[in-house]
Every structure is written in structure tokens, then in C-alpha cells.
Write a protein that binds this ligand. Structure first.
Ligand code: AHR
Length: 655
């Protein structure tokens, strides 16, 4: 009894704070259409999002192209005479100029190379793994390579053998079945025999990849994106587009064609934060622009590539290309459109066809620059705009307003860009939760005539603790939900939105919060993810008005609301966010619709603990609860739990 009393007292005293509120939803009067692209995803190779994450390759530095050629590899031997390696650099300027030469004099198999993977190699018991290696032996040799998967303790959990290595480069493949799971396994290449062999592109992939594509993407991570039903996918970032300097910028042409020929590049997040440095973070581009387009197609999402506009990161080098040398950057944009949409008789359309996709990817949107600011951006942007629109007038250009949500750079960009022809202006806000709550009406009075808004990167940054996932707490998700009611209410001008960043590896992150956390075996959806999902899976087709005392509901007494209808499904969907420590009872008046005789669906995401979060070891602490609710009258009472997001979906009849 003693224990229960304070809890009961808390609810009685808190719920006493609010009297019942009356809200009216004008469901029969749609005020704006909602873009199919309204809720999408932002993907960047940050936090091991691509290499070590979405791109399912398990071997790090598979082709010895890291500047430190043996990074990720270790040799074990009893003596120099028994075995050694050399890294040979062909100096042929190819993207894969290095390979390893192994000399062994050893029939007992005690010379080995071990690859550590990306913070270990994750394998699942009973699953199959595709191993491959390029090898040659210039002179006949009896060398065999025993390929061994081991767990963290060194116990063998899978093996195969490669033998009869010929005298010219050839790809040898084998299948390994894991006899046990390992989170931080390793791959051993154990060399037996006598002689010299050369090896390159040592690779291990799960057989079960997304859509079972060999050399493809990690299934569980793609599934998490697919479950969001995103309207678009923005790629490849973020700051990665800019690079620390121009040499380090993202160049899509080096990311297409034969995977083995794609030129490695340092990942800018390798060195960005000294406290979170990742010296082994490189971009192999196994996940390149072709694969991004394919992913967008798989997901039914619009592809939204963002290209470098001749400017490196202004927070880093601030390097810009001279105006009279901008043409190659412009060509990259025009050629990308040809790659995506061009006939297979064009140079770049042919490459798409050669890669396996004769049909165009139907690219509609193209981003020019990421977080650029001041006149150097605008003058470059203008050249891009002119070149793109004169050749491809239907392409919708996404421009940027810089890294800040307001202030000098932001105002300057908007003032300039609204005199030009971007379809959308990208706005970024990484702010404390309080900012999101108090900016829920940010767009209510925005100019309606100029370019539309792309809320391209946002996340509420709340407090954290050493645990990786801790910054994705309920307070941050609740704040985003409140803000998103404002985005939805203003869907006439806000046409695209994406939380950022999307992925983070718990052992290899540089930036947090992030929407989805993962390790080498599993993933966890954050509360923020569930908020995104509640909105994107209940997107609707048209905004309808929801008012209290003839005013929008955007923060008065901690309540935030928006409403949409789905004209295809005949559904009214109401989203309500209660940021109060007490429950609130709402009288909802549904104006302008005739109810269908089916039950409504009520989804609730709530906890009294604002700092609670999901983690890999406790993935289901916070997730939406769903139940059916009989709604038989156009007037209904709904209790909103303390600190909650509620989505109410009501079917209506059109007869
Ligand atoms: O999302 C992480 C980074 O934040 C992006 O790369 C960049 O655009 C922004 O500054």
C-alpha cells in the first residue's frame, strides 16, 4: 500500500490540472494535398551506416586498398621462414592497384591472415555465407587456403577450403555454413603448402541479403527502412557529399560499374570528431549510386540524390572550386540524370543497362549542395540550376539553406533562392527538444508562394549517458512528434521530411541520436523511429483542419494535433501529442463525415519516463500499442496518456 500511494496521488493530482478540451475536426473539408513524398529517409554513410552496416560485406579492407594496406588484417606465424606477406602495388593508377603476395614454406597450416571485420564479423547459426577470393600462383604450387570462421574465443564455427589455384587471376568461391552465432567473429585464411600465391578482394557475404542479391544489402537493416514505407530516400548524405576538402568529396561516377573497380575513399567521419575517431572508416562504394537507385525502386520511394556543388565542407576546409572550373561538377549532375533516366543508347544510360537495369529509374528530384552558405553557394547554385533546367526542365531541384534553422545564413539563402527556381529548399534543425516543442507552428505563417520546404535533416538532441542508444530517449521522440504535427498541418508547403541520421553501429558511431541502432547481428528501433513510422504509415492524402476554440492546436497546455484524411482508404487519421505529465481528456467532434460501421484503430506510444530509451538488449521497452476502438458517434471522448503520442484512425463512409 505504501508503494502504491504516491503513484495514485500523482495521477489524481495531475489529471486534476486539465479540464476536458473540445476539439473539432473538419474532416469533410480537405485544405491541402499531402505529397506522396511527405515522409522519407535520409541515408548517409556515417556511424558505419554503409560499410560495416547496410552494405553486407563482412571483410574490412578486402582489397588491401586502405592507405595502411594491412589495416584490419593480422598475420600469425611460427617464424618468418614459415610464411610472410608482401603488399604489391602495381602503380597502374587503377582503383585496385594493390594485392597481397603470400610466401609459405609450411605443410602444417600455421601461417594465417586474420580479418577482424567491422568491429568483428557477425554470423548467425545455421546461416550460409558466400566466401570469395581472387588468387593466382605464378608457378605451380600445392598451396591450399583453409578458410575458417571463428568466434571471439577463437573456436571454429565454419570452414571451407580453396585449392588448385591456377596461374592467372581467378575468382574462387565457396560456401560456409555457420555452426554457431558470433557477434564478434573473425575470418582466418590459413595457408598450407609451399610456394607463392597472390590474393586480392577477399570477401564474405551472408547469403540472405535483401532480395537475395549476391553482394547485396543487410536484410534486417533494409527491412527497418521498408517498414517505414518511405516516400523518398535521400542519398548519399549529408556532409559526406561535401567532403572535408574537394578531393575527399563524394563523386558518384566512382561508385558505379564493376564493384571491384570502385575507387576507395576515406570516409570523412573517420577523422571528424577526435573523441570518436574511426581510423578504419573508408568508403568501398560497394553501396554506390546504382544500388541506391535500386533500393529506392525496391521501396517504392522517390530517389533523391544530393550532389556536390563545387564546395567542400564549410565547417572544415571551406574549399570551393573556381567558378571557371565548375563544368565537371555540372557535368556530373547532367550525366547522373542521363544515368538514371537516359535511353540505353546514351553513354550513361548504357552503363545503367550494362549493370542490369535497362528501364529508367524515373529520377525526378536532384539536390544541389548540402549545408552550404553565403554568396559562394548561390553563385554556384545558379549555374547548376540553369544547366539542369535547360536540359531537363522537369527535374525538381532541391537547394539548401545551410546548416542552421534560422539566422543570417538561413535568411540570406531563402531571400536569394526564392528569386530562383528550386522546387524545394532544404532546412536542417538539430536542436534541443524545447526548440521542437516551441516551433510546432513554425510553418503556420510561412510564405505560401515561393519554393516548398524540404525538412531534410532534423532530430531533437536531448541528454544522454555513455550507453550508445541513450540519446534517442522518449523526450526527443515526443518533441519530434509535436513538431511533426506542424509539418503535417502545413503539408501544402512542407513536401518532404526526413529524420537524420538514419543508422548507427553501437560500437562504431560518430554522431547521435540516430533513428536505428544496430550491432553485427541485430537492430533496435528507437522511440524516434516509432514516431516516424506512426506518421509515415498514416500519411493520408489530404490535410484537414483540427481546431480548439477556432485555433490550431500547437502547444497550448502541452497539446499538439494534426489530422488528415486518406481519400483512397476513406479514413480520417488524427494525431495527438500530449507533452504534459498528466492525462488529458479530449472531446473530439468529427464534422463533415459519416462514420463507417467498422471499429477505429487506436495506436498509442507513451511512457511516464521521458528519459527512457530502447536498446539492443531491451528493444521493446517503448513501442506503439494498438487496439480497436468502437466509434459509433461523431462525438467521442478520448483520454491522452501523460507524455504520449496517439494516432486515431477512423473509417468513414462515402455513400
Ligand atoms: O546528419 C549528420 C550530419 O549533420 C550531416 O552529414 C550534415 O548534413 C549535418 O551537419
Amino acid at each position: 500500500m505504501k508503494k502504491i500511494f504516491p503513484i495514485v496521488y500523482f495521477f489524481i493530482s495531475c489529471s486534476a490540472a486539465f479540464s476536458q478540451r473540445k476539439l473539432t475536426v473538419y474532416a469533410g473539408k480537405p485544405v491541402a494535398s499531402i505529397a506522396p513524398t511527405m515522409w522519407g529517409v535520409f541515408f548517409e554513410d556515417i556511424n558505419f551506416g554503409a560499410d560495416g552496416g547496410l552494405y553486407a560485406e563482412l571483410v574490412k579492407n578486402r582489397s588491401f586498398e586502405f592507405p595502411t594496406a594491412m589495416m584490419g588484417w593480422r598475420q600469425t606465424r611460427s617464424s618468418y621462414q614459415k610464411g610472410r606477406f608482401l603488399i604489391i602495388n602495381k602503380s597502374d593508377n587503377s582503383s585496385n592497384s594493390r594485392f597481397a603476395r603470400i610466401t609459405i614454406n609450411n605443410t602444417e597450416g600455421n601461417y594465417s591472415l586474420t580479418n577482424d571485420g567491422f568491429r568483428g564479423i557477425g554470423v548467425h547459426k545455421d546461416k550460409q555465407y558466400n566466401f570469395s577470393i581472387l588468387a593466382r600462383a605464378e608457378k605451380p604450387t600445392n598451396i591450399k587456403i583453409r578458410v575458417q570462421l571463428v568466434n571471439y574465443a577463437g573456436k571454429e564455427i565454419g570452414t571451407t577450403t580453396i585449392e588448385k589455384i591456377g596461374n592467372s587471376w581467378e575468382k574462387y568461391t565457396a560456401n560456409i555454413v555457420a555452426t554457431d552465432s558470433a557477434q564478434r567473429g573473425k575470418l582466418n585464411l590459413i595457408f598450407e603448402g609451399e610456394g607463392v600465391i597472390d590474393i586480392d578482394i577477399v570477401s564474405l557475404f551472408p547469403r540472405d541479403t535483401w532480395k537475395n542479391r549476391p553482394g547485396g544489402l543487410r536484410n534486417d537493416l533494409v527491412q527497418k527502412i521498408a517498414d517505414l514505407k518511405p516516400g523518398f530516400i535521400r542519398f548519399p548524405g549529408g556532409c559526406i557529399v561535401e567532403g572535408k576538402d574537394l578531393t575527399n568529396r563524394y563523386q558518384w561516377k566512382t561508385t558505379v560499374g564493376n564493384v571491384d573497380d570502385r575507387k576507395l575513399l576515406m570516409n570523412r567521419w573517420n577523422v571528424e570528431f577526435p573523441g570518436r575517431s574511426a581510423p578504419d572508416y573508408y568508403q568501398s562504394f560497394g553501396l554506390g549510386f546504382y544500388e541506391y537507385f535500386l533500393l529506392a525502386e525496391d521501396l517504392g520511394a522517390e530517389p533523391l540524390p544530393i550532389l556536390n556543388c563545387g564546395m567542400a565542407c564549410q565547417f572544415n576546409s571551406g574549399e570551393v572550386v573556381a567558378m571557371d572550373e565548375l563544368q565537371p561538377y555540372i557535368d556530373d549532375a547532367l550525366d547522373l540524370i542521363e544515368f538514371a533516366n537516359g535511353s540505353i543508347n546514351t553513354k550513361w544510360g548504357k552503363l545503367r543497362n550494362d549493370m542490369g537495369h535497362p528501364q529508367p529509374f524515373q529520377l525526378k528530384f536532384l539536390g544541389v549542395g548540402n549545408e552550404q552558405w553565403e554568396p559562394q553557394y548561390i553563385e554556384r547554385y545558379k549555374v547548376f540550376e540553369k544547366a539542369i533546367l535547360s536540359k531537363y526542365p522537369d527535374i525538381k531541384i532541391v537547394s539548401g539553406s545551410g546548416p542552421f534553422a534560422e539566422g543570417e545564413y538561413f535568411n540570406y539563402a531563402w531571400n536569394e533562392l526564392k528569386q530562383l527556381k528550386p522546387e524545394l529548399i532544404d532546412e536542417h534543425y538539430y536542436k534541443p527538444p524545447g526548440w521542437f516543442f516551441s516551433n510546432a507552428s513554425r510553418y503556420d505563417n510561412y510564405e505560401r508562394t515561393g519554393p516548398k520546404v524540404f525538412a531534410g535533416e532534423y532530430a531533437a538532441h536531448s541528454k544522454d549517458n555513455p550507453e550508445a542508444e541513450s540519446r534517442n530517449n522518449w523526450e526527443s521522440a515526443l518533441a519530434e512528434a509535436a513538431f511533426m504535427t506542424g509539418l503535417e498541418r502545413n503539408a501544402d508547403i512542407v513536401r518532404m521530411c526526413s529524420y537524420a541520421p538514419l543508422f548507427a553501429h553501437v560500437d562504431a558511431w560518430q554522431w547521435r541520436p540516430d533513428l536505428i541502432w544496430f550491432d553485427n547481428l541485430s537492430t533496435v528501433a528507437t522511440p524516434n523511429y516509432y514516431v516516424q513510422k506512426l506518421f509515415s504509415n498514416n500519411k493520408g492524402t489530404h490535410v484537414v483542419t483540427i481546431l480548439e476554440d477556432n485555433k490550431v492546436v500547437a502547444g497550448k497546455d502541452s497539446l499538439y494535433c494534426s489530422a488528415v484524411i486518406d481519400k483512397q482508404k476513406n479514413e480520417l487519421i488524427i494525431k495527438m501529442v500530449n507533452n504534459a505529465p498528466a492525462a488529458q481528456t479530449i472531446e473530439l467532434n468529427l464534422d463533415g463525415i459519416k462514420l463507417a460501421k467498422t471499429d477505429a484503430i487506436l495506436q498509442t506510444l507513451a511512457t511516464n519516463d521521458r528519459y527512457s530509451y530502447n536498446k539492443l538488449s531491451e528493444p521493446d521497452k517503448l513501442k506503439p500499442q494498438e487496439k480497436k476502438l468502437p466509434v459509433r458517434s461523431n462525438k467521442l471522448d478520448q483520454t491522452l496518456l501523460p507524455y504520449s503520442v496517439t494516432v486515431l484512425k477512423i473509417s468513414y463512409s462515402v455513400k
